[in-house]
Design a protein around this ligand. Sequence first.
Ligand SMILES: [Zn+2]
Ligand SMILES: [Zn+2]
Ligand SMILES: [Zn+2]
Length: 497
Amino acid sequence: MQEPQSEGEEVKLIFELLDADHSGKIDVEELKHVLLGLSSWTEKEVEGLIEEFDKNKDGELSIVEFWSWVNGHDGRSTEMYRPALLDMAVAENKRKVSETEERLAVFHEKRAAEEAKAAKEAQRQAEREQGLILSRDAFVKAKMEAGFSKAVAEELYRKCDQDKDGEVNHQDIGWLVSDNLATLDQVKATYQKGIQKEAEEISWSEDWKAEVGKLLKRRGFKEEEEGLKYHATSASGESIELKEILKDKTATLDSKHFPISLHMQASNVTVVDCDDKGLGQLVETFLAWDKDGDGTVSSEELKDVLQQVNPKFTEVTLNKMMGEIDVNGDGVIDLQEFVSWLSGENLKKKKMKKKAKEEQDAKISFTLHRKRADEAKDLKKADQFMSAMAKDVKEFCLSKKIEFSCGTLNPGSNANCSACGGRHSWVCHGCGFVSFFRNCVNDCDGYGWSCINGKCPKKKCGCKKKPDFWQRSGFTSTIQRISLDLEHLVLSAQSST
Ligand SMILES: [Zn+2]
Ligand SMILES: [Zn+2]
Ligand SMILES: [Zn+2]
């Protein structure tokens, strides 16, 4: 009710104006409070008014008693007060109404916001249940299962969770993938990042520069005369010196221009340049791909990996990647093909030098053997593991013309043979390498060893060769064999005897 529509409403409004405590009756104080504000009233007149109209003598005016006063009892004029009171009452009423409306509006707004929030949370919950939202841990775990290093998996997560709320949805992941894992080269570079030494070791290839150029173009930067390689300008006139980006090798432009880290893109690496950590990760990546542990990555296994890396990849991408890595075309990827691919070797015209290749293989062999030896130790299957490798040791000795005369398995790392009492040529159980010295060529400590020959047979003994020869070619098994998981290794030894 804004404007009173009848006399009854008018009187009710004025009554409500005067009845400040909402008791349903107007006492003398309430009446004075309003009427004395109107210029012509005196205290006496107000008191006289109550006296005259308070028929039941309770000291207050009921609505009925008030009615006869305000409507001009006995034909008296109300001109002196009624219009003024009505104006006040209407104004007061309007104020109350608009105050209520304001309060209501605020209330509705608040409720709408709460409802929207609840709806969003319900949607998220539904997405979570459908596996469309991943927590940080789930994301990192899934990426590591696809063979990315922990650091790379965490870096990918940071790129993905732009609003930093601790979880990512399929949209976040879509952005991540289209910026970082859209092409096989990007996928490869991301895997490479896991095995590389720190960033300052990375050199920036032309390929990479071209990649940055493409990226800037996609983000609305226009090609300049000098070409994207050196200079780019955005629609809003911002200008980027690519040389500057390339020089300091950091992603200072990151948050300002695009949500990617430029240092994600890396150049090819060689395994020989890897440190132990990188080498360990190289092996871990391969083992993560080879889910069934049979020593090779099948097309099916690679398909699972690619699905995890970028769900948009199709059969075409899979076949392309398979073709790129499976150089000998036998339909599976072995560890050496994997290493060549990741180090960019199978793309180069020039083959790796024989010595460098041997060094690379030796490093991989050592890393894998050490991993298997540690696993076997943890599972209390060290003896089984060493027996499984024993046949390889004999074949190795035969091929290298090393006299095999003892074969005793000795526990501990630095003692003499319990059978022949010597320690001249022996195989370390930690790394699988032959040694002609007191200590293992790979500095293993705390593993057992197998005696080959306790003393020097002199004629054609391996100890005549230089130590670095055995560091390169002293592995007593093969990469193919040691790529098998423990279970497959033991089985393969049983089936061949
Ligand atoms: Zn011996
Ligand atoms: Zn060793
Ligand atoms: Zn010797």
